[in-house]
Design a protein around this ligand. Sequence first.
Ligand code: PLP
Length: 486
Amino acid sequence: MQSMSSLKEDPKLGDMPADEFRRYGKELVDWIADYFERIDEFPVLSQVEPGWLKQNLPAAAPEKGEDFSAVLSDVDKLILPAVTHWNHPSFHGLFSTSTSSVGIFGEMLTAAFDMKAMLWRTSPASTELEDVTLDWLRQMLGLPSEFEGIIYDTASVSTMQAIAAARERANVDVRELGMSGRDDLPLMRVYASEHVHSSIDKSVITLGLGTRSLRKIACNDRFEMIADELERAIAEDIAAGHLPICVIPTIGTTSSTSVDPVASIADICERHKIWMHVDAAYAGPTAIIAEMRPNFAGWERADSIVVNPHKWLFTPFDLSILYCRDLDMMKQAFSLVPEYLKTNEQSTVKNGMDYGIQLGRRFRSLKLWFVLRYFGREGIIARLSEHMRLARLFASWVEESENWEMLAPIPFALVCFRACPGGADDLDVLNETLMNAVNATGEAYLSHTKLNGKFTLRLSVGSIRVEERHIVKVWELLNAQLAAIP
Ligand code: PLP
């Protein structure tokens, strides 16, 4: 065994030497710049089989530290083939999301500071920059000044925290008494459209409300919640002795990006004093564009709103913002200060740990601050507008062709469509085969949903690197693959 004194002299103690860090750091930035320059050459979806990476990695960590160049060379050999390239301009599946280079700089610095923004004292920079950056974005989105934001990792978590605050405001004392073993507690209800994101189902599961508490409201033929149906459901529930606590309209649903009638829903929520949480995780950033504001009518009356810069604001995953009309409700639901976290200044400063279940929080606002400063409002508007133009351009080709049809309106930059060539027996099977064939080429990635029971192809345009030629390419690819299906 090594003695303590020899350990002290061991040159291997401490971190990587600064000159080595500098060398590899520069190499890595060059690597990333090259990667972005040649990203078009990679297959969008990783082409490896399940288990391939695991089989190619040693079963245990090395005994002795390795030269970092060996690690980097394994990134090329082993990691890259197993990467699905979300930053690829032909990534059109799910929602096309991407990071900007300045967003990556933000992540680098966040890791360098490695702060845990629990208390103002442990992280004045994070606490105050978060407030300032979220207020800048609030102004850009046109939200009233009562709204104060807090950053969480994902919309799933933002929404769960919002429902927890809604429950707190319903005065059922769940914080102290919990929900089990009580016979004084009515069935609590959360309402959302049948097209709501699955994270809302997961939220009611996690909060112990259970999926039976989530009442899904029918939609019209544009996939928008029918406000009269919501009104009817709430009246029925109140008559049955249930307790409505939260309604969640979506601006930009996941399947088709439909927009629920938020203003009418706000009327209903105000009448019944129910918390309204708006899910604008995907489409929220487009409120920066004045002409897009009609889609957001009524969201300024919400109790809380979730917007995800990591979806369509060029900010690396993860960064989700919950804007709250009364952020203190969140504090009421979650604040708990053990002795070892008490500070002299706690009554005069904001301590991030008070607003959710996390204690330590990443310094996430830095990357968003970089993005807002580097692109500015104009640069963001130009990019989002271009994505919406490209989506409409693609849709115009679909509309002009006899072999294709549109299956939903395009409020933002998602096209829902399918192939419908004459003579095809089963369009669901045909479109699924087509999607798989396109994805297998590695040239582009599309995903699907079901709308009105029909297998629907989804083409999302949102990459900071996308150009018209990529949209032309995926259209040609779709037509070539369609022609090749026997
Ligand atoms: N809400 C909507 C409308 C979404 O489309 C998504 C994901 O696509 C989410 C919420 C969940 O987002 P996150 O991955 O940040 O939890």
